[in-house]
Design a protein around this ligand. Structure first.
Ligand code: FES
Ligand code: FES
Length: 205
């Protein structure tokens, strides 16, 4: 230790000054903002990570910047970083549909898409589809048909159903069943949800 102190003195630094210098350096490094995804891709020749990159997402008509590691899913970015918790994390493996959001108008399992891949796309979550004061046709039909029990799968169904009835006005019950086949309900509320979908398909969402 005394050799260490001697060498600091020789270099013209006190031990306290040396430690203070280290502290400032560490904080400054910690405050560095992640580079934008575009810049990172350009600099690293198409490879980013493992550190955070800055991603600009278009969500419900607003631009939202979020710093995420490239491995982070769109679902985790929405829920954990942007406080949009309508999309639910249930299976987290592309099976149940509880995490469904719209990407460029199409239903997508947000647990199976990376946040960095969503940059530049139009993302709509259930929060952007309607509000309790101003529900869209699908949400109103879900209320009228009492089409929810647990609530975990409901937002995903509402989002998937909204995308479906926009593309298939006047869909039959069989078409609705096939169209919503990517969303699972484990408690048996299908009957109400299918009727809600058929009803809202008549008016458009
Ligand atoms: S949580 Fe994404 S499909 Fe189940
Ligand atoms: S309403 Fe959620 S599992 Fe059936």
């Amino acid at each position: 230790m005394s050799d260490e102190i001697d060498s600091l003195k020789t270099a013209g630094l006190s031990r306290r000054g040396f430690l203070k210098g280290l502290g400032v350096g560490s904080v400054a490094t910690g405050l560095l903002s992640p580079v934008s995804l575009k810049d990172a891709l350009a600099k690293e020749g198409g490879v980013v990570g493992p550190g955070e990159v800055s991603v600009l997402l278009k969500i419900n008509g607003q631009s939202r910047k979020v710093d995420v590691e490239p491995r982070v899913t769109l679902l985790d970015a929405l829920r954990n970083r942007l406080d949009l918790t309508g999309c639910k994390k249930v299976c987290d493996r592309g099976t149940c549909g509880a995490c469904t959001v719209l990407v460029d108008g199409n239903p997508v399992y947000s647990c199976s898409m990376l946040a960095i891949d969503a940059e530049g796309r139009e993302i709509t979550t259930v929060e952007g589809i309607g509000t309790p004061e101003k529900m869209n046709a699908v949400q109103k039909a879900f209320v009228e048909h009492d089409a929810q029990q647990c609530g975990f799968c409901t937002p995903g169904f509402v989002v998937a159903c909204t995308a479906f009835v926009r593309k298939h006005p006047n869909a039959s019950l069989d078409e609705v069943r096939a169209g919503l086949g990517g969303n699972l309900c484990r408690c048996g509320t299908y009957a109400g949800m299918m009727l809600a979908a058929v009803d809202s398909a008549k008016g458009g969402a």
